[in-house]
Design a protein around this ligand. Structure first.
Ligand code: ZN
Length: 478
């Protein structure tokens, strides 16, 4: 049988973390059928990969692409980074199961089109994804704040036992329909009033479903980051479920260095508990404009403001000075708004990136003007800046954090590793030139060095250009 695609002469980094080896890769249909030396092999389409590295397609474990996969299915920001699968529904907000309504508190406002593109059930969301035919595969977490918005009138108080029962029933149903797990965003007004008990009760629902995990944007990433990590570890341990700490960081000059403590706590917990993290490779964060986030950041860049669109791209302190207001008064006047916070230290980021339990997730927020450059640059930045230029990680280690480790964590059994029988989600790049090009001034620049991307055996990026094939699937947890 003639193969569909033959990738010839590549350095293969297979996603397991082992060193590169030289091999050809044969693809038939959506599957990798052979890996090895095949000088006689023929195929309908041959990709000459001399000088290139081939890796499993990257898995972006932390995104807010719930609506983008439907609204902007070509997903140039992902495909041009080599990403073939995105995990959506992070930080407590998910497109499903969601009955949207007016005036929901942050973070609902930061992801655009939350009102029109949501779905009442996971099945309904999966159908909408299938109809939209996105370029990348989609794995969905169910958001705690979304469940709260469905069940509760006011979100600024703890849920009642009957609210919790309603949320637990919705979560259980969503997991039965194929959701991957449950996410919280306890640092935001929509969920900060939820006590640990409320979260534990809901997280216990996960224990009834194979491979379902608990992910959390913890209650505080600044002055109380240590207490917040302790709460997350304790929540997952009490509920007896796997834990993923989202975009791990310590914010604010006075909290620099605290990652030594948080990582030590995570190491201790890992002796009898399943714990992992994700991180994005930047020392600036981005989210809704909120006083407690700004408090920890020496510099704050406004990226959009509904009442004052003309302030986009300007520094908060300059705006406050011009208006003759305090920082918090200026924030109130700009809200609803979103910002970039320059609030982290390189040494903390390096330490977290290097930790063996850390995966790469962009936390990119699509569909807004002037997004944080992580939306377009995360994966090439790790491979170019942190691997090649700074040698903080080896190439196989970094690839493992983007593929095999992530697939195992999310129960993606046929993805994340290059071997026969796996899905042909593959990314080819030039390790000598790969680099991100988006920055805070030019935040939507395409990265350099990703040459080809295959999603389910379809060539989606060819010589750096999108082909128009969109072969992504909604991936039910099985
Ligand atoms: Zn978050």
């Amino acid at each position: 049988m003639q193969a569909d695609i033959l990738i010839r002469g590549a350095e293969v980094i297979d996603g397991t973390g082992r060193t590169a080896f030289h091999a050809d890769i044969e693809v038939i249909g959506a599957e990798i059928t052979r890996v090895g030396q095949m000088p006689q092999a023929q195929a309908r389409h041959i990709i000459d990969a001399t000088g290139l590295t081939v890796a499993p397609g990257f898995i972006d474990v932390h995104t807010h692409d719930d609506w983008a996969v439907i609204e902007d299915p070509a997903l140039a920001c992902k495909i041009t980074q080599g990403v073939t699968t995105v995990v959506v529904g992070n930080c407590g907000i998910s497109a499903a199961p969601f009955a949207p309504r007016e005036n929901l508190p942050a973070p609902f406002g930061i992801v655009p089109r939350v009102d029109t593109l949501s779905a009442p059930t996971v099945t309904d969301y999966a159908r909408r994804v299938t109809e939209a035919a996105p370029a990348v595969n989609v794995r969905l977490l169910v958001g705690h704040s979304t469940l709260r918005a469905n069940a509760m009138k006011d979100l600024d108080c703890p849920a009642t036992p009957s609210d919790i029962e309603t949320m637990a029933r919705q979560l259980d149903h969503a997991l039965t329909e194929g959701a991957a797990g449950f996410s919280t965003g306890l640092d935001y007004p929509a969920a900060s009033a939820a006590p640990m008990d409320e979260v534990v009760t809901l997280a216990r629902v996960l224990a009834r479903h194979e491979n379902a995990l608990y992910t959390t944007h913890i209650r505080d990433e600044a002055d109380h980051v240590i207490e917040a990590v302790r709460e997350a570890l304790s929540t997952a341990k009490t509920a007896d479920v796997p834990l993923l700490l989202s975009h791990h960081k310590t914010c604010g000059t006075r909290n620099f260095g605290k990652s030594k403590t948080t990582l030590a706590m995570i190491d201790t917990a890992r002796t009898d508990q399943d714990v992992a993290m994700d991180v994005y490779p930047y020392t600036a964060s981005s989210s809704a404009l909120l006083p407690h986030f700004a408090e920890a950041a020496p510099e704050v860049l406004i990226i959009w403001s509904t009442p004052h669109p003309d302030m986009a791209g300007r520094m908060l302190d300059d705006i406050a000075a011009e208006w003759g207001l305090t920082r918090n008064e200026a924030i109130a006047k700009l809200t609803p708004a979103a910002a970039v916070y320059f609030d982290m230290d390189d040494a903390d980021l390096d330490r977290i990136l290097q930790h063996p339990a850390t995966m790469i997730g962009s936390d990119g927020i699509p569909g807004t003007p002037k997004p944080h450059p992580r939306l377009w640059g995360t994966f090439p930045r790790v491979l170019g800046h942190y691997v090649r230029d700074r040698a903080l990680l080896t190439l196989p280690q970094a690839i493992h954090k983007m593929t095999g480790l992530s697939a195992a964590r999310f129960g993606l059994k046929t993805r994340g590793i290059i071997k026969p029988g796996m899905h042909a989600d593959l990314t080819l790049f030039d390790p000598a030139t790969i680099i991100d090009r988006a920055d805070f001034d030019h935040s939507e620049e395409v990265s350099h060095g990703i040459t080809h991307v295959l999603v389910g055996g379809q060539i989606t990026l060819q010589n750096g250009v999108q082909t128009g094939h969109r072969n992504g699937r909604f991936l039910h947890r099985a």
